[in-house]
Design a protein around this ligand. Structure first.
Ligand code: UD1
Length: 448
């Protein structure tokens, strides 16, 4: 067993191994509970935006530059995927910049070995179909949080004139001619389906109207970038997108929207540890409901320059939450709020409406002594005055964050396995936690 230098940037640590060998390395986090987190953190660009911005770059031949790119595993996976399609991709961690050089001719097949590692790989489907008239994308894996269908992606592309079949584990889409605009209605405001259809429609012939689209800040971000590239899009941030197809797009330089889920995780960290954290490069307007819930729990949230500050000086009160598409409460903050409720005064009802398997992490939280009962998509959390440290396994990115938060307040040592899940979404998590006063280390278990 040896310590991993937490100050090494993620890509530097990764550099010692290939992407494929990363899974074989067992890294763990050890957290000693107790103590307030106090200080300041800066949030980077959003994972859930930058992956799609990288895919959107495929729509324009030439050099796209993305700024404020987080140093996380998913960015490395997407970079590798784009390289396999024929792009040159460099990621300068020091400046948080990704440069993508897109050739005139692209390969149009995204293989299973990368797609299985990250469900968001599906976001190359729309741009590849638009650019190449064909796309073959392995059916994705990714987070272990439920079935997550692709029916709305496929139906939308078919509406625009594509053929789509599922063969040998691949989704194969093609179109003899340029796609043509049409009206598309989504049964549910799916983030991924909105992005797929949007990226396919920007260079279609004629007008596409997509109704009941997702309204997440990450959708607004990609619309902003596509518009700068020359796309004609109106309605970003509302339930209807109108896209008038253009012949071609040009590459641009674009700054990624801040990661509201990472900002929200830090806000919960302040509350659960009864601490005081100033979160920079964060937008309160992207987190309204979550921050209101924290205020109900007893926290003080104040807007500061380029972000907000969360302070807490008492044991939190429990808060009910119901996850919904934006602007509702984000499912990606649900595990963190369950952790908070696990040590709060009172009982809370948590309703998960997006991903049925997201409650799997509750079994891990129970290992720390949390009192959580689930029934279908509801969880009843009865707050305990004290959790007790134990070994636990992160089952997805946000479950990992929830377990770290619980470990910060559990008595004794909590050991967290499945760290690669956390690496998929949180850049500089351990060093930032250390700077705020957490007693946490990262250990490489296979290196004795
Ligand atoms: C994105 C985010 C994820 C977040 C989620 C909801 C990325 C990389 N991931 O995931 O972190 O939790 O939004 O905010 O951006 N569905 C279908 N058929 C479809 C599409 C979706 O049934 O064609 C269902 C899914 O199974 C799921 C729900 O719709 O139950 C939400 O999915 P969606 O909004 O598409 O989420 P993702 O884009 O996968």
């Amino acid at each position: 067993m040896s310590f991993t230098n937490p100050n090494l940037r993620f890509a530097d640590r990764l550099g010692k191994r290939s992407l494929n060998s990363y899974d074989e390395v067992v890294e763990i986090l050890k957290v000693v509970g107790g103590g307030r987190l106090v200080g300041e953190v800066r949030v980077t660009g959003a994972k859930n935006s930058v992956l799609k911005l990288m895919a959107a770059a495929l729509l324009a031949e030439g050099t796209t530059t993305l700024l404020d790119v987080p140093d996380i595993l998913d960015v490395e996976i997407m970079a590798e995927l784009l390289r396999r399609l024929g792009c040159e991709v460099s990621h300068d961690q020091a400046t948080s910049m990704v440069i993508i050089i897109v050739p005139a001719e692209l390969d149009h097949r995204a293989d299973y070995d990368l797609v299985r590692r990250m469900r968001a790989s599906i976001c190359v489907l729309g741009p590849l179909l638009a650019r190449c008239g064909a796309a073959e994308v392995a059916l994705p894996g990714g987070d272990n949080i439920g079935s997550r269908g692709l029916d709305m992606h496929v139906e939308g592309l078919i509406k625009l004139g594509a053929r789509a079949v599922n063969e040998h584990g691949y989704l194969i889409a093609s179109s003899q001619q340029r796609l043509r605009g049409d009206s598309v209605y989504l049964d549910f405001p799916s983030v991924g389906a909105t992005e797929t259809i949007l990226m396919a429609a920007v260079t279609a012939v004629g007008t596409t109207i997509i109704d009941n689209v997702a309204r997440e800040p990450e959708i607004v971000d990609i619309c902003t970038m596509l518009s700068a590239m020359g796309a004609n899009i109106s309605g970003a941030g509302t339930s209807t997108l109108t896209i008038v197809g253009v012949d071609a797009l040009q590459p641009v330089t674009h700054r990624t929207v801040p990661d509201r889920i990472v900002a929200g995780t830090w806000a919960v960290a302040a509350v659960i540890t009864q601490g005081d954290i100033t979160i920079r490069n964060a937008r309160v307007e992207h987190l309204e409901i979550a921050l209101e819930k924290l205020a109900t729990a007893g926290a003080t949230v104040t807007v500061v320059d380029d972000g907000f500050r969360v302070t807490m000086d008492q044991r939190p009160l429990s808060v009910d939450i119901v996850t919904l598409p934006y602007p509702g409460f984000p499912t990606d903050l649900q595990p963190q709020f369950i952790a908070l409720n696990a040590v709060a005064i009172g009982a809370a009802l948590v309703t998960e409406n997006l991903f049925e398997a997201r409650f799997r992490f509750v079994q891990e939280l129970a290992r720390l002594g949390a009192d959580v009962r689930t029934d279908g998509h509801h969880a009843l959390v009865r707050g305990r005055s004290q959790l007790s440290g134990a070994p636990v396994e992160a089952t997805d990115i946000r479950a990992g964050a929830g377990l770290v938060l619980a470990g910060l307040v559990a008595e004794g040592v909590t050991t967290i396995y499945g760290v690669s899940h956390i690496d998929r979404g949180y850049a500089e998590f351990v060093p930032d936690l250390q700077r705020l006063g957490a007693r946490i280390i990262r250990i490489d278990e296979d290196a004795d």
